[in-house]
Design a protein around this ligand. Structure first.
Ligand SMILES: Nc1ncnc2c1ncn2[C@@H]1O[C@H](COP(=O)(O)OP(=O)(O)OP(=O)(O)O)[C@@H](O)[C@H]1O
Ligand SMILES: [Mg+2]
Length: 269
């Protein structure tokens, strides 16, 4: 269970998360939706203990992270894995070395067990034939799947994904969504998926949380989200309906600002 209670996080005096409260039960796949700069990546970094909030409490399985010394953070972090936005593979290492990186570092398993883990993880993402390839030889979608294999190799209880399908073509988006779903349905992992891709959100979410300018705007199921009445949610989900007329722009409170045309056709005299 991951629990945020009244978390405030500021950067240079500007609040990025405001009095933020959230619970993600173990075994659930929660999707964090929201526009750019809304505080989504910040949330993931807080869960990993890479950032400390200004106030509030963050607990993982009951263990308070706020104020925890770094050495006590290490075993908690070891139970989690993160799939970074740009995949973040090491360019100079092979796929095998990338996937096994954390296991080699931890030295908790014998070499043949590490090898089995690497192959098992790559089989799960359908890339067992890329063991000796370098990241530069892989497409964006393959890199993302290797990043998922790397996360899986250390048998995490929690996987955090930052924009797992951003920039992927429809086939790779589908493949990544299905991997997340298998980990949800077959392994019952706790997963936090940050995205602004609605297709991914609707496909993988047990529950959706929408963040808007640091506030929790919505917390519920896909069906509840689709029926939500808040203009900020409707604009995010269906901009083509809400902002249909040329010259319409969303304002920060969910209203609509109409900007008069400035490109007048009069010729200057
Ligand atoms: N280390 C930092 N120092 C200063 N400002 C930061 C830092 N990290 C994030 N911010 C600011 O906090 C806000 C939220 O950032 P965050 O990366 O969490 O947004 P996001 O929802 O992940 O956005 P995106 O969809 O663009 O990835 C942004 O305005 C960002 O500039
Ligand atoms: Mg981000």
């Amino acid at each position: 269970m991951i629990r945020f209670t009244n978390v405030c996080m500021k950067f240079h005096g500007r609040a990025v998360l405001k009095d933020f409260t959230l619970e993600i039960p173990s075994g659930e796949t929660a999707v964090i939706l929201g526009g750019s700069g809304g505080g989504k990546t910040t949330m993931l970094r807080l869960i990993l203990g890479l950032l400390r909030p200004d106030s509030g409490s963050i607990r993982v399985d009951g263990q308070e992270l706020v104020g925890l010394p770094e050495r006590d953070m290490v075993p908690i972090r070891a139970r989690m894995a993160m799939v970074f936005q740009g995949s973040a593979l090491f360019d100079s290492l092979t796929v095998r070395e990338n996937v096994g990186y954390r296991l080699y570092e931890e030295r908790a398993l014998p070499e043949d067990a590490i090898e089995r883990k690497i192959i098992e993880s790559l089989c799960f993402v359908g890339l067992e034939d890329t063991l000796e390839k370098m990241p530069a030889e892989l497409s964006g979608g393959m890199k993302k799947r290797v990043a998922i294999a790397r996360a899986l190799a250390c048998s995490p209880e929690v996987i955090l994904y930052d924009e797992p399908t951003a920039g992927l073509d429809p086939i790779n988006t589908h493949l990544v969504n299905e991997l997340i779903r298998r980990l949800q349905k077959e392994e019952r992992l706790t997963q936090v998926v940050v995205t602004h891709d609605l297709e991914t959100a609707y496909r993988v979410a047990d529950r959706l949380i929408m963040i808007h300018r640091g506030d929790k705007l919505f917390d519920g199921t896909v069906d509840m989200l689709k029926r939500a009445d808040d203009p900020r949610i409707r604009t995010f989900l269906r901009p083509h309906e809400v902002l249909a007329t040329p010259g319409c722009f969303p304002d920060k409170d969910g209203g609509i600002r109409v900007v008069a045309p400035t490109l007048d056709e009069e010729t200057p005299t």
